[in-house]
Design a protein around this ligand. Sequence first.
Ligand code: FES
Length: 405
Amino acid sequence: MFKVTRYRINPDKCIGCGFCKDVVECPGYGECVGCSSCFLACPNYAIEPYTALIRETVRIIVDGEEYDVPRGVTVKKVLEILGFSFSRYPLEDSIFAPCETGGCWACAVIINGELRPSCHTAVRNGMEIETVHIEEKTPMRVIGGFTPHPVGGVGTPHWLKDKGHYIEVACFAAGCNFRCPTCQNYDITYNSRLPPMTPREAACELTYYRKLYGVDRLAISGGEPTLNRRWLIEFFKELKKLNKDEKARLHLDTNASILTPDYIDELIEAGVTDIGPDLKALRIETFMKITGLNDRELAEKYLETSWKAVKYIIENYYPEKVFLGIGIPYNKFFHPTLDEIYEIGYKIASMDPNVQVCVLDYRPEFRRTNIRTPTVDEMLEVKKALEDTGLKTVIVQTRIGHIGP
Ligand code: FES
């Protein structure tokens, strides 16, 4: 008998928005297998966990060995029962499973000969699962939202923004390792319905959009694009092959939480020219409030990695080899005073006062609809605070457009 967590809709809280069906794909096709995708994605906290006891088992093969495991659970759960370890920060001896919503495919294993996300696939009788030689399969992940942009992202240089025409084409990677209650892009972040793409397919589609809209910048944002490293490196290599001209700029927007120096080197080697790390905060309490992460140790690792990534890029690549634009979210709800904004400003200015910093006015969104969009005056106050710390290139995103140099 196995004790497992399952999820069900609380009819008193459900407002019938349909998000859990239209954007989230249920891997159990209506019979909950405890993947938690709908629970994490519901904007109204209307899906709740409960404990179930499972008696029935199914027989499966894992790496050539036969096992009897509970039925009606995910492949990830089965592998955990069999002793495999999973982590939400990349570790050598664990399977990396950072999003747990079926978007990033970092947790993929080979199931009946095909790559499938272990967190988002229901175990079935007779399944053959392989956890080794994954790299022999072409990586996949859920990608969507191919669109032209007149503004770009945080890693877009300020002199290109708001010129009244398209400057960039972008696509968005589903799956995120953060759980921001104010997620500004939640319909892609929690999307497991869109078909997964190979790096080549996504690069071809984005290049097609580049030609269609006559722009030179090709960007990926999310969700969190860095979660599936093999996929992302291949994607940029393919983009570079398809866009050999000197004008092409390959742009990555990221929360930088797993962007270690070797990962940065590999990205730049693959062709990345512009990086936009969105640093959520400097203090751990604020970081956890913005990202919705409850595990302090994990949050500390993410926060530390993201700030180290910025330092590493500045010391090794910026400005000659890579354009760097840092993003910071702002809302009075996160920052009742400007103290931490000053601290952030001083810290960045001590690395390089010229680096571009773009403050994003976080609007009420997703699960946090009870906050107020910052006013233009508030954003200008934040801009002034950052400039007072010595930063020379501060842009603020406001409801009337970007204000900056
Ligand atoms: S962790 Fe399984 S798809 Fe992202």
